[in-house]
Design a protein around this ligand. Structure first.
Ligand SMILES: [Zn+2]
Length: 250
């Protein structure tokens, strides 16, 4: 799967782990989780911003404190990043002149009195019938979903033989914070908003999910497979991590 919000390591492991005390180092507070199965200390920043310090049972409080102090810079960087990624993208109002993305380009919205469809893209503008304005968000999602299904199916067809897979097909839906996922029966799922991304970035999402048909996890073998199909994938991946959040504002 490919998360649209840059997700942090999220190790929730209740078996053998027990929530314990907290440790405070300067302005940072950590929940300590001890686990007998753990050999090393690890800090994770949860989605909520909560800091978890995982450690083997025998590690003393001084050693925990030292470890946290060493990692302080990394923690502040992570927290700042999370803050930036979670900033609110303004919601659309669906009024004339407002811009809407489609394959990386912004198209202005225009209200058009008489047209056959409630919403369409004409001469580089989104044309919306005023009587459809109240349900505009749903019209956009339907429009995006249909375009996404056709476009993404085309890209899957381009890559599937090269990547030696035969996916069952493409389904487009709201996947929450994920761009894509591959499910049972070798179906590929994509979020409808993938079609808002620039083409080369959406193409990376496609290659990423196709590679998962071979390798379910982000192992070195997985990334090698992605790289073989798309040698410059790293740049596209970085772009998505940095800017992907900006396309969520519909
Ligand atoms: Zn993935």
């Amino acid at each position: 799967m490919l998360a649209s919000l840059k997700s942090t390591n999220h190790h929730v492991d209740s078996r053998g782990a027990e929530a314990e005390a907290c440790i405070q180092v300067d302005d940072l507070q950590f929940t300590i989780r001890r686990s007998a199965r753990r050999r090393t200390m690890q800090i994770t920043v949860e989605r909520t911003g909560e800091l978890i310090l995982s450690a083997p049972p025998e590690v003393g409080i001084d050693q925990l404190g030292d470890f946290v102090s060493e990692k302080r810079f990394w923690i502040y960087t992570k927290l700042a990043e999370k803050d930036r990624l979670q900033r609110k993208v303004p919601r659309k109002e669906f009024v004339g002149g407002e811009g809407f993305l489609y394959l990386g380009r912004s198209h202005r919205l225009k209200l058009v009195d008489d047209q056959d469809f409630p919403l369409k893209l004409v001469n580089g503008r989104f044309a919306l019938r005023p009587d459809a304005q109240a349900g505009a968000r749903e019209h956009f999602i339907r429009w995006y979903s249909e375009k996404a299904r056709v476009w993404l199916s085309g890209r899957v067809a381009d890559y599937q033989s090269r990547m030696e897979v035969a996916p069952t097909g493409v389904k487009v839906q709201d996947l929450g914070y994920r761009w894509g996922s591959c499910g049972k029966g070798d179906w590929l799922y994509f979020h409808w908003k993938t079609i808002l991304l620039p083409a080369r970035i959406a193409e990376y999402v496609v290659v990423h999910e196709i590679a998962h048909l071979h390798e379910p996890h982000h192992t070195p073998a997985f990334w090698l497979r992605v790289e073989r199909a798309m040698p410059d994938y790293a740049q596209r991946k970085a772009w998505l991590a940095e800017h992907g959040i900006d396309v969520e504002g519909i």
